[in-house]
Design a binder for this molecule. Structure first.
Ligand code: HEC
Length: 261
């Protein structure tokens, strides 16, 4: 007997079934997803990226941020993403309608970033962290992205977008623990020891007050006097993109979308 047609039918049904389940049905459901506009609002949720944010997104892809950071809040049984404070609700297909390609990510060497713009909206903080992650999170394994910044001599007027570093380096001569305690009492917040110097938070304009503490050999500002750190266009675009990452709006109930739960 010739089983050819039967074999063909079997193979055909297998592939057709897979296509219906994995391509056709998701397309039908996901095609219903749209940006929503809240009553009285002038922008949609999510709002489309502006030009600068789109350029920043390209920097994000180019620099490989996606290898260490995800952009997805899991839900259901896996709600520990929410317990970590990365988002108050599960990610929804609507969150990604302006994303191409979608940068979901697979590795979580660092925290999820889908809501980083809402969690950390301070521009200077974002730049400082990119320039020197260990300054903000001592021991961080994130590499500094210093090549996205330039160090230059301050001209007749300081650049308006120069980074503000409220950090100083302190060299302690002796009795490290005791001196460190006195520095802390004076308002210095130690971060970590680098090349024999303590780096910590303190207003560099007031650094003389620290220098007078006995046992302190030298206090230097984070950026040498007369110099400034300015972000390149890439850094500005990247931070604009990071600040646009805010998917905290309400989404329509899942049952509106058939199969998406
Ligand atoms: C080698 C892995 C790695 C890469 C690549 C990486 N990061 Fe990170 N990132 C981390 C880790 C680990 C942390 C957590 C520690 C810290 O705050 O530095 C982090 C933290 C952050 C945070 C703070 C998150 C929070 O919740 O406080 C931001 C923002 C961030 N990264 C942005 C970026 C951007 C933008 C890029 C690409 C230019 C990038 N990261 C590339 C590992 C990485």
């Amino acid at each position: 007997m010739n089983y050819g047609p039967l074999l063909f039918l079997g193979v055909f049904l297998t592939f057709a079934g897979a296509w219906i389940g994995m391509v056709y049905m998701p397309t039908i459901t996901l095609n219903q997803v749209q940006a929503t506009v809240q009553e009285g609002a002038t922008v949609s949720n999510p709002r489309p990226y502006n030009g600068q944010e789109q350029l920043g997104r390209i920097v994000y892809q180019r620099e490989g941020c996606v290898y260490c950071h995800t952009q997805q809040i899991r839900g259901g049984k896996f709600n520990n993403d929410q317990l970590r404070g990365w988002g108050s609700r599960r990610s929804h297909p609507q969150d990604y309608i302006y994303d191409y390609p979608v940068l979901l990510g697979t590795m979580r060497t660092g925290p999820d970033l889908i809501n980083i713009g809402a969690r950390q909206p301070n521009q200077n903080w974002q730049h400082t962290h990119l320039y020197d992650p260990q300054l903000i999170t001592p021991g961080s394994v994130m590499a500094p992205f210093r090549f996205l910044y330039t160090k230059k001599k301050i001209g007749s007027v300081p650049s308006p977008d120069a980074l503000v570093f409220n950090y100083v380096f302190v060299t302690i001569e002796q009795d490290e623990q005791k001196v460190l305690e006195e520095l802390t009492n004076a308002g210095f917040v130690p971060v970590e020891k680098r090349d024999g110097k303590w780096v910590g938070q303190f207003d560099p304009a007031d650094r003389e007050t620290l220098a007078q503490i006995p046992g302190v050999k030298a206090v230097e500002p984070y950026v040498e006097d007369g110099y400034e750190i300015v972000p390149t266009e890439d850094a500005k675009n990247l931070v604009a993109y990071l600040l646009s990452l805010d998917r905290t709006y309400d989404v329509p109930p899942a049952e509106n979308y058939g199969r998406i739960k």
